[in-house]
Design a protein around this ligand. Sequence first.
Ligand code: SF4
Length: 198
Amino acid sequence: MIFETAVKNLRTAGFSVQVFDTGAEAAAWLNQQIDGRTVGIGGSATVKELGLYDLLKTHNSVFWHWEQEQDEARLNAMKTDIYLSSANALAETGEIVNIDGRGNRVSATLFGHQKVIFLIGQNKLTKTYEDAVWRARNVAAPKRAKQFKVNTPCVASETERCFNCKSPERVCRAMVTLWGPMMGSETEVLLIREDLGL
Ligand code: SF4
């Protein structure tokens, strides 16, 4: 039920929504939709798991700092037609929550692209907005810190949670909530009935 409610609330907020049973189906659909375009990708374990960089780069100009020289790719990704991102959490009530360390990903989902596409696995869904913020801070962010092997208390601890650290290597520097698509930019949400990403 939570899935259907999220779809309804996202559409009411003005997002385009597509639902897929598997990540492979979502990736194949996107690979058909995006052709001959410039594409930027934010840091996203979901995008990596779906192999979208390798699929799209065969017939698009794709910029991703996880696969290319990082600073140049981040800058190029800010100027593309399309931007792909996942989310740290999606509330059933329709809010999309993302935390960022450098700001390239959250800023790109707000401005500068003709179209922003979020790929969101079912594990990111929460009941309330407060739960979504909690998940972003206490589940997704510590997992990302562990992925980057930074020197922070959430990496050192065996308990997976945020310690709201003041570490110089803190990966959480800003949190953005989308209540709806930004003016002048189409925003599409691909909801996937599989666990994907962090
Ligand atoms: S604020 Fe610090 S402790 Fe909390 S998740 Fe981010 S890096 Fe980890």
